[in-house]
Design a protein around this ligand. Structure first.
Ligand code: CU
Length: 313
């Protein structure tokens, strides 16, 4: 496991670390200075030595000093931060562009030719611009080893960029608390030589709309639904087809249903119409307009053929 905290692997490491240690250095200096002065004053001006407080007025030089010194310090911190953070917002024009989809609760990466991956593969020493997109709530795209962290905001086209400078695997986290499985919203960036990158890219698949399992994977369904019976946030898909389920309708009535085409389609388009007993409503979003009709058909085919009761038919 590589936490990527203590060493860096991108073009920003030096700039960001310098800014951090510059401000930290000033903080430590004043922490020590103020602590020493405090102790000194307690000893020097305690009640035994000074029975009566003295009013001191009009010390122009002192006032000038305590305005000027903090002003210079704050301006210096601002300048260093400005100079070193501005490059984060200036991706080079020739950068490789990758669309990043951050959603509850996984990351997906879409390359220019429509190829999709759940790991971010990038070539060494080439600028990569990430266009950050969220279809649901606020997430944060965070690669500690690269020193980049950027909000992924629904309804806003945000971006970040980097040039990876060291081969290897580094962690990608979500830095904004985004619900129950936030902690599992985790992926990796793999930095590889250009040649290897090209062959990885050639082997990645374009998002399929006829392979049900791929549709489920590419839409992040598996972050809430398992295939092996494990209960995540939503019911497991294991043995789903033909299963008997107790569901609750919006007016609070209990019904027993058998999972068929109609129920599956409704569960994807309007998940709150029938909520399986024991699960929370309003957690799964409606995929109306996001998942096409043919993709829903592919999902249904997949459920029919995948496991449980389906196999016995
Ligand atoms: Cu998140």
């Amino acid at each position: 496991m590589n936490y990527g905290i203590h060493y860096g692997a991108s073009n920003f490491v030096e700039k960001i670390d310098y800014t951090f240690y510059f401000i930290l250095g000033i903080d430590i200096f004043f922490f020590i200075l103020i602590t020493i002065l405090m102790i000194y004053f307690v000893v020097r001006y305690n009640k035994k030595r000074h029975q009566k407080a003295v009013q001191v007025q009009e010390r122009t030089w002192l006032e000038v000093l305590w305005i000027t010194i903090p002003l210079i310090l704050v301006l210096a911190m601002f300048y260093v931060g400005w100079k070193n953070y501005i490059p984060l917002r200036r991706p080079p024009k020739d950068a490789l562009e990758v669309k990043v989809i951050g959603r509850m609760w996984d990351w997906q990466f879409v390359y220019p030719d429509g190829k999709v991956a759940t790991t971010l593969y990038v070539p060494l020493n080439k600028p990569v611009k990430l266009n950050l997109y969220s279809p649901d709530v606020l997430h944060g795209f965070f690669i500690p080893a690269f020193r980049i962290k950027e909000d992924v905001v629904p309804g806003k086209n945000n971006y970040t960029w980097f040039t990876a400078t060291q081969l290897g695997e580094y962690d990608i986290y979500c830095s904004a608390y985004c619900g129950m499985r936030h902690a599992y919203m985790y992926s990796k960036v793999k930095v590889v030589p250009t040649e290897e990158f090209n062959s990885i890219l050639a082997n990645l698949k374009v998002a399929s709309s006829t392979d049900g399992e791929a549709v489920l994977r590419n839409n992040g369904c598996f972050s809430c639904h398992s295939m092996d019976g494990t209960r995540l946030v939503g019911p497991s898909f294991k043995g789903l087809w033909g299963a008997k389920k107790t569901v609750i309708t919006p007016d609070g009535k209990k019904e027993t249903i058998v999972v068929d085409e109609k129920y599956l389609e409704e569960s994807i388009i309007d998940p709150n119409a029938k909520v399986e007993e024991g699960f929370m409503p309003n957690v799964m979003r409606s995929y109306k307009g996001i998942i096409k009709d043919e993709e829903i058909k592919a999902i249904i085919e997949y459920f029919k053929n995948s496991d449980g009761e389906a196999k016995k038919e």
